[in-house]
Ligand binder design. Structure first.
Ligand code: MG
Length: 218
């Protein structure tokens, strides 16, 4: 069982599914040479991929090119199916800082063959997550600066206002196909500046009003 902390709650929250958006910031889609999709592009990570603040990312031996992607994580707190965008935010219980660790070389190989990305995106420790803050701590989740440093050098710096698909639309889109349940987590995509890390590197990711997340790379 994998769980996350929601600040102010006594009990940890058991994690269900982790659904992630690809190419949800124009500048990032372009830096990888991808089209910006008209509809959200989704993939998932298993709950076993989570590692907490001050934990370690362990790069699997099969990869020589592991990238960081800082992202706003959304914690779902209620059941939702076929939710409309105007009611979607009622499902949200909190926000956290996430890093969508990606084996870029493996992902590129899989993409070229048209295969799923699971090996590149769902490996153990591929989902560093900070503690969640309650929704009340964030007045507007689409106006948050976010960034990531590697060894104190700024690599990513963006703002959630640049999301292509916004959280209500993402939740509505997902809930047409997946029933959202308490403990589910949505990763909302990364701004530009993704890049490699190697064993020994230290990552520090942050989102305004949400928190910071520090992880060591092994
Ligand atoms: Mg990502």
């Amino acid at each position: 069982m994998h769980s996350v902390i929601l600040q102010g709650e006594f009990c940890p929250v058991r994690v269900g599914k982790i659904l992630c958006l690809a190419r949800n910031y124009v500048a990032h889609a372009k830096e990888l040479g991808n089209e910006v999709p008209a509809e959200p592009v989704l993939f998932s990570k298993p709950a076993s991929s989570i590692v907490g603040n001050m934990g370690s990312v362990v790069i699997p031996a099969c990869s020589q090119d592991c990238h960081h992607e800082v992202e706003l994580a959304v914690l779902i707190g209620a059941v939702g199916k076929n939710v409309t965008p105007c009611h979607a935010m009622e499902l949200v219980r909190g926000y956290a800082v996430a890093i969508d660790m990606t084996l870029r070389d493996i992902q590129t190989q899989l993409k070229s063959k048209g295969y799923p990305w699971d090996l590149a995106k769902g490996f153990d420790t591929s989902c560093p997550l900070s503690e969640f803050v309650p929704t009340a701590a964030v007045s507007d989740p689409h106006k948050l600066k976010l960034g990531l440093e590697v060894n104190t050098v700024m690599r990513q710096s963006g703002n959630t206002e640049c999301m292509v698909h916004r959280i209500p639309d993402i939740i509505a889109f997902i809930s047409r196909v997946f029933t959202l349940e308490p403990g589910d987590i949505i990763l909302t995509g990364t701004p530009a500046g993704v890049g490699p890390v190697v064993p020994g590197d230290h990552m520090r990711a942050w989102i305004e009003n949400v928190g910071t997340l520090e992880v060591q790379v092994q």
